[in-house]
Ligand binder design. Structure first.
Ligand code: NAP
Length: 239
């Protein structure tokens, strides 16, 4: 039986690249999306045409009832999920003093609550199978902090804390939990920045591509003795 991966926020950007790279490596792929239905359906069609068993599920990961429904669907549709990639995210740029309650609720809801809800929903089945792998997508800002992105840095740091704690809590159950801290990656999310200036600040002299984060995720999925790690994939930005 082929391995299965469920990727949250796989309609665009890094999540989409993860779907493509895992499909190329023989995984069946469950694609979660929230708003970008047409892109998610087109991606699933493309993966199916390449011979991959792929399907889509709409869920807002900040809502626990929708996440639980997604877990039930995934179990019914794929039997089990070997790898969960908590990738869905949004960002907020600005001074903390300008942050509204609703902006904070939404940011924390998608990035941190979503990671908690999905982990909580998928872990019991992984425990039953004594096997599983969770890969959380944090950020270099979660490690080092960024001015004008204090709230984003905080939720991304929270994801690192969650990763470290869960890795200890679930290692005895044969489950690995790791985290990737990407630097600046060329996606819709980063297009509000001056990417040329950020490339100059990056030791490798360029921003990253979504496929490069997907490659790091595939490494973590396959690295059977690696757990509780925060893998920087940032071109040296956070060094
Ligand atoms: P992106 O291109 O803007 O894509 C974001 C994805 O998240 C979309 O597929 C979107 O799906 C999904 N999403 C947003 N809200 C959601 C919700 N409530 N429920 C389910 N899915 C939701 O961003 P990206 O750059 O690929 O970012 C992916 C992850 O990498 C995020 O966690 C981000 O914080 C992290 N990251 C990005 C960078 C960077 O420079 N790009 C750097 C460090 C970390 P819909 O469009 O279908 O709603």
């Amino acid at each position: 039986m082929s391995k299965t991966v469920l990727i949250t926020g796989a309609s665009r950007g890094i999540g989409r690249a993860c779907a493509e790279v895992f499909a190329q490596n023989g995984y069946s792929v469950a694609i979660n999306y929230n708003k970008s239905e047409a892109q998610a359906l087109k991606l699933a069609q493309k993966l199916r045409e390449s011979g991959c068993d792929a399907d889509v599920f709409k869920a807002d990961v900040s809502k626990s009832d929708q996440v639980n429904a997604m877990q039930a669907w995934a179990k019914e549709r794929f039997g089990h999920i070997d790898v969960l990639i908590n990738n869905a995210g949004i960002s907020v740029v600005g001074l903390l003093t300008d942050l509204s309650d609703s902006q904070w609720d939404e940011l924390r809801g998608v990035c941190l609550d979503g990671t908690v809800y999905c982990s909580r929903a998928f872990l019991p089945d992984m425990v039953r199978r004594h096997s599983g792998c969770i890969i959380n997508i944090s950020s270099v800002w979660g490690v080092h902090g960024a001015s004008y992105e204090a709230a984003y840095s905080a939720v991304k740091a929270g994801i690192i804390g969650l990763t470290l704690a869960l890795s200890k809590e679930y290692a005895p159950s044969g489950i690995r939990v790791n985290c990737i801290a990407p630097g600046v990656i060329d996606t819709d999310m980063s297009r509000c920045y001056d990417l040329e200036a950020l490339a100059e600040e990056t030791p490798l002299g360029r921003v990253g591509q979504p496929e490069e984060i997907a490659g790091a995720a595939l490494f973590l999925a396959q690295a059977g003795f690696v757990t509780g790690q925060v893998l920087g994939a940032d071109g040296g930005f956070g060094a």
